[in-house]
Ligand binder design. Sequence first.
Ligand code: UDX
Length: 436
Amino acid sequence: MNICFVGTGYVGLVSGVLFSDFGNTVYCVDNDKKKISNLEKGIIPIYEPGLEELVIRNFNSKRLIFTTDINEAIKKSDIIFIAVGTPPSKDGNSADLSSVFSVAKTISNNLNKHKIIITKSTVPLGTGDEIEKILSKKNKKNLFDVVSNPEFLREGEAIRDFKYPDRVVIGTNNVNKVTPIMTKLYEPIIKKGGKFIVVKRRAAELIKYAANAFLATKITFINEIANLCEKSDINVEDVAIGIGTDARIGSRFLRAGPAYGGSCFPKDTKALVKTAEKYNVNLNVVKSVIHSNDARSNLIANKILKIIKKPKGKKIGFLGVTFKANTDDMRDSSCLSIIPKLINKKCKINYYDPTGRKDIFEKNKSILFYNNIDSVIKNSDLVVIHTEWDEFKSLQFDKFRKKEKIIIFDLRNLYHPDDFINKKIKYFSIGRPQNV
Ligand code: UDX
């Protein structure tokens, strides 16, 4: 099949490359000339393990074409994915759809034969209806079908999540015409056991938001249970195993941590609440999840201040600063709320991150980047393990500083309190007894 992806960000590039790896001809379109020429040289604009090799292989096999010529790419394709950014609007409470609608207008001018137009980006309820209106202005209804096909890719795991999804969700109001085409497109995934679910288009749009809001709820739930565990001499991992082995609950996304972040959960939970308000519906649970998660960074910062006692001049060393491991993405990373509170109390911040120094910290004189773990540990009064990179999982802390105590605050529970008994190391973590 000939497929066009408009937008070569996290969603568009990963999905486009993998569809080309299935043997389709894929046009990846972007209006950023520099980005397109870099992609043709195999320079990848995002940090996604394994993606570079896939891009180079499929580009060299001529199945994957990078172009800025959106009109040509649309004309040559049977299926057009709209995978442009839908960042939070200025008020932060809904999605900015200007790029989506401008792509829809361009598609409308290039419908030289029947095409399926798919929203892959996360778009609010009813966006497909709006796109349909734009296309109908200049085209007969039998020339196009607008479909919702939300993605469920996690940053850092996107290739695996694309190739082995639990389910593919197709939202369409024209089942007879659309289902066979989409079944053919996703055949390689269906063959591997991925469920193929066809629902109405608006249901598919809501599924995306509901999925992210539920995952955010699950994480926030275990984070609050962790707070209770700390006060009641219980290990939160024991509780997570005990509830997660119930098939109705499931064991994943029950790892207590510093607060969820990233480009999706914070944005999508707020957008869902706003959407519901438009229908006069109050999503109390999602609202309280947002509130609880926002408050969690304060709670973590206060624990850090309690551990170091006199904060003025103390050096807090962060191992990892991105919103999670296996990404370079700083969007809504919990450290972006924690660190300012520490600096307010006159702490100094050291940090190391496997993906390198961060622009957002460059101008801040209270924040110092180190390009290795040892220096952060040697030069800090408290070491905060902020992300769960593999390279943080087997550190020989006691070799670093014989004479003085090392204090560790493990926000990802990579270690266990028993690992530090009889060592000159004070260890704090999340949801375990003996916490601050
Ligand atoms: C998420 C959804 O998982 C994905 O399906 C959707 O398409 C995009 O949004 P992503 O934001 O990339 O993916 O990361 P994810 O792995 O879901 O983690 C989100 C946040 O939750 C991170 O801050 C992570 O550290 C945190 N998290 C995740 C926990 O604190 N505990 C967990 O058990 C899992």
